[in-house]
Write a protein that binds this ligand. Structure first.
Ligand SMILES: Cc1cc2nc3c(=O)[nH]c(=O)nc-3n(C[C@H](O)[C@H](O)[C@H](O)COP(=O)(O)OP(=O)(O)OC[C@H]3O[C@@H](n4cnc5c(N)ncnc54)[C@H](O)[C@@H]3O)c2cc1C
Length: 397
């Protein structure tokens, strides 16, 4: 079954949502000559993109097809950032993780071996190597340690800001504080206009990149894009002098039995971001007390944090397709409506925006890459099938 695509480059494309995914797609489309109008109900970047830990990686992604998609995107980041033209805080140097307990060490070792079998630059390192890689760390006991040398970090807000600047230079319309409330269709399902709180906008094609709101908006056009709920918390510190000199992304083991690991990174403006568990852990405690506790735990591993203050950040809701994988492509029920919903959108923005722009502007289908991620996999989904499809841990992808 194939979904329709617009046969020629659409003249006017509305992009709903100016997060890192929507802004990236809008910019790619505008560069190709279409007239673009970006619509966001709030400020660009203020959705999930502003809550992101923003670790650019493929090491935490499986199975291999999804790993390869993330890896392709990770490798595209330098060129993407350069083309955006501003410093977007892209920093390389890799990620380290280590474990103290035998069972966790075994799992870490198995993960490294699997990544190595996929040709990924991940390797086991000794405690001495770990200390040499990032001397700022007080690592303590090490049962097994991992170093993924190709991973890094970026600042989603700077990416969105740069994208919006480039879009303005291309004379795109940027509507902020404007909410999309309807997607009126013609008889064959084609969306003829985007209905907003500021009036209707006539369109040839629509990109739906509204993050967690994508489900409700897609339903307005009769398209089923189910999501799981995936709250996450990453607190920040006050700005500190540069602490992590070599390795930007650190996963440190739990200090006590029964607790989860912590992850931390330092932003270019000196603030540190600290979260508990992994990138997909469900967390809703955004209290000052919890932020202080996370800071205290991070301080055990990074003594340079002494003197930093904890700043709690409200819960962030990850856009999370029901099965954890991206939803990309034109919808059967609304043939000029292109859905762009994904977790790991920070890692995936360069690749998904390139593929989306190609599919929208050239009328081609990149099935070899996006085939598994089409919206039609959710069409006619029964409650039973949905329960089966949902990953037991909403965010584990
Ligand atoms: C705690 C946390 C940690 C994360 N860590 C990582 C990580 O380490 N690495 C990684 O790659 N990814 C990570 N992610 C995921 C990543 O941040 C997201 O996948 C990405 O930000 C999604 O971007 P987006 O543009 O799709 O959505 P959003 O940034 O949410 O943007 C959607 C936009 O749509 C707008 N909108 C919604 N409804 C409407 C409407 N009706 N009308 C107009 N506008 C509307 C919103 O205002 C919003 O600006 C993390 C996410 C969270 C929350």
């Amino acid at each position: 079954m194939t979904s329709m695509t617009v046969s020629e480059t659409p003249r006017h494309v509305a992009v709903i949502g100016a997060g890192i995914v929507g802004a990236s797609i809008a910019w790619r489309i505008a560069r190709r000559g279409s007239r673009v109008t970006v619509i966001d109900k709030a400020e660009p970047g203020s959705g999930a993109s502003s809550h992101s830990f923003a670790w650019v990686n493929a090491g935490a992604k499986e199975p291999i097809g999804y790993h390869n998609l993330n890896r392709r995107s990770l490798e595209m980041w330098p060129r993407f950032a350069e083309a955006l033209g501003d410093d977007v805080g892209l920093r390389w140097g890799g990620k380290v993780a280590w474990e103290t307990q035998p069972e966790a060490a075994q799992m870490l070792t198995a993960r490294v071996r699997q990544l190595q079998s996929w040709g990924y630059p991940s390797r086991l390192v000794s405690k001495a190597e770990l200390e040499e890689l990032e001397p700022a760390l007080n690592v303590g006991p090490v049962a097994a340690a991992e170093y993924n040398e190709n991973e890094g970090q970026v600042e989603p807000q700077l990416v969105v800001d740069a994208g919006i600047r480039r879009l303005s230079e291309l004379e795109a319309g940027i509507l902020t504080g404007v909410t999309v409330v309807g997607l009126p269709q013609t008889g064959d399902g084609t969306v003829r206009a985007v209905q907003t709180t500021s009036g209707d906008i006539e369109v040839d094609a629509v990109v739906l990149a509204a993050g967690t709101d994508t489900t409700g908006l897609a339903a307005l056009a009769g398209v089923n894009v189910p999501q799981a709920q995936s709250p996450g918390v990453v607190m920040r510190t006050t700005p500190m002098p540069p602490l992590l000199h070599n390795v930007p992304v650190v996963y440190a083991p739990p200090l006590e039995k029964g607790r989860r690991e912590i992850h931390l990174r330092q932003c270019p403006d000196g603030r540190l971001m600290i979260g508990e568990g992994d990138q997909e852990s469900l967390a809703e405690d955004d209290s000052q007390a919890h932020a202080e506790e996370l800071l205290a735990r991070a301080g055990q591993y990074l003594p340079g944090l002494a003197g930093a203050q904890a700043i709690p950040v409200p819960v962030g809701w990850r856009p999370m397709p029901l099965d954890g994988y991206p939803v990309m492509g034109f919808a059967h029920e609304a043939p000029n409506l292109y859905v762009a919903l994904t977790h790991s959108g920070v890692t995936l923005a360069p690749a998904l925006s390139q593929l989306a722009a190609q599919e929208i502007c050239d009328g081609v289908r990149a099935d070899a890459v996006l085939g598994p991620y089409r919206p039609e996999r959710f069409a006619g989904l029964t409650a039973e099938a949905a329960a089966e499809m949902a990953h037991p841990r909403a965010g584990h992808r």
